[in-house]
Unconditional design. Structure first.
Length: 229
């Protein structure tokens, strides 16, 4: 087998006629029993706003520059596609495994303490895990990306592939990565509709991001979205 890790991964997760998938039950999403603080986000608007075609024409990776804060209402709209709703969420998940987890490193969010938060999709709220925001640490983890200083919040999309692998075997790893891509795209569209800047950083020091979020070994950061003005 080719020693290139990407090619090896692709080859190992192929499906052939007669192959059977595990078909197991996906492990449940993360639940934090005792967060430092819970921030209930406002009910996101479901109607009105810019026409979707005008928004899609403007979607592009753009780094925050102003260094201004964003409001909880704006964040609620940005995260709305990720929330649990009737029939699932705002993005597809193979087998309903939902291996995606989302965290926010909050620097400038109105009426909200700085720190690390977990986004609880079921309740559409933020759960504070740490009261510390480390701007130097995040800039170093993102390979000295200067835009970190102007960012209101970093939205980190991570994957727990074992949830998908329980249903699809090794091929589930593919689906976990695809799901992150679906979710990031939805969030970027929502941010663009609000006139916010969103930049998806996929090049970073993985272990440094893992340490900043205190992620376990089976959870992998995939994209760090810089959100601001």
């Amino acid at each position: 087998m080719d020693k290139h890790p990407g090619k090896a991964f692709y080859l190992l997760t192929r499906i052939f006629p007669g192959d059977r998938l595990p078909g197991g039950r996906a492990p449940a999403a993360k639940v934090y029993a005792n967060p430092l603080e819970s921030v209930e986000l406002a009910e996101p608007a479901r109607d009105g706003g810019p026409a979707v075609w005008r928004v899609l024409a403007r979607v592009a990776p753009t780094t925050p520059k102003v260094g201004a804060s964003i409001t909880q209402a704006e964040l609620s709209q940005v995260l709305a596609p990720l929330a649990v709703r009737q029939g699932g969420r705002g993005y597809p998940s193979a087998g309903g495994a939902y291996p995606l987890e989302v965290y926010l490193a909050v620097q400038r969010l109105q009426d909200t303490f700085q720190g690390i938060y977990h986004y609880a999709a079921k309740h559409h709220q933020l759960e504070q895990l740490s009261s510390r925001f480390d701007p130097q640490g995040w800039r170093a983890a993102l390979m000295e990306l200067e835009a970190v200083e102007a960012t209101a919040a970093l939205v980190v999309f991570s994957a727990v592939p074992e949830r998908s692998e329980a249903v699809f075997g090794l091929r589930g790893f593919r689906y976990a990565l695809l799901e992150v891509g679906y979710a990031v795209g939805e969030v970027m569209v929502a941010a663009t509709a609000l006139g916010l800047q969103a930049y998806p950083a996929a090049t970073f020091y993985d272990e440094e991001v893992r340490k900043l979020l205190s992620l376990p070994d089976n959870e992998h950061p995939v994209v760090v979205l810089l959100l601001g003005r």
